[in-house]
Design a protein around this ligand. Sequence first.
Ligand code: RET
Length: 251
Amino acid sequence: HDIYEVAGDAGKKTLWVVFVLMLIASAGFTLMSWKVPVSKRLYHVITTIITLTAALSYFAMATGHGVSLQKIVIREQHDHVPDTYETTYREVYFARYIDWSITTPLLLLDLGLLAGMSGAHIIMAIVADLTMVLTGMFAAFGSEDTAQKWGWYTISCISFIFVIWHLAINGGANARAKGEKLRTFFVAIGAYTLILWTAYPIVWGFADGSRKVGVDAEIIAYAILDVLAKAVFGAWLLVTHANLRESDVEL
Ligand code: RET
């Protein structure tokens, strides 16, 4: 009578739906790239890699890869039978962290190029971002309510704050220098990104963290966030880029 927290039908269907949506987005971004000269395709390429990577990650999760059944906690049973224990297992979808370690740096690259940040500043934001994702993965593999688990979570959140702070301060200053139109767009898509990205550690806290939310709800919450943060973000960026000369990247 161990307890298993695993995906049900709703979760599994959701994984397949997002796989298809990410493929459609990738195809759409590729078609859009063919409408502009090669020299203007950098955002298209970056953004297509983002949704393609997500498609691979969702294919993995939908087919049962990239997920491990993690032993979370062992409790003594209080049914007057001595020495009997109940173990709780929960699925940890570690494919997400592999996905995020590729896609979140590329999202930051999109935003960094848009703002006109220097290579060095973009790399600093990306290193903090990778620290956030990898320490978040260690948190996910911790046992229930340990200092280890929440310690990693705290380190991940601090890294996240550094990413945001860096993008807002350095990115904001550079975007301002590129004129009013670009600054307005950077602030809008930056705020959109900030709100969505902030939802991830909140979902994590209720799902992987305190396990108040089941695996299906976790899958659905991340699915909505992933579609908004990757596919909708990408569409918005590419459509705006087509009509905003200041966003052109000189390499
Ligand atoms: C974790 C848990 C530990 C604390 C923090 C997290 C932040 C995750 C973020 C993920 C963003 C993902 C995106 C994916 C694809 O579009 C690892 C959940 C701070 C910010 C944008």
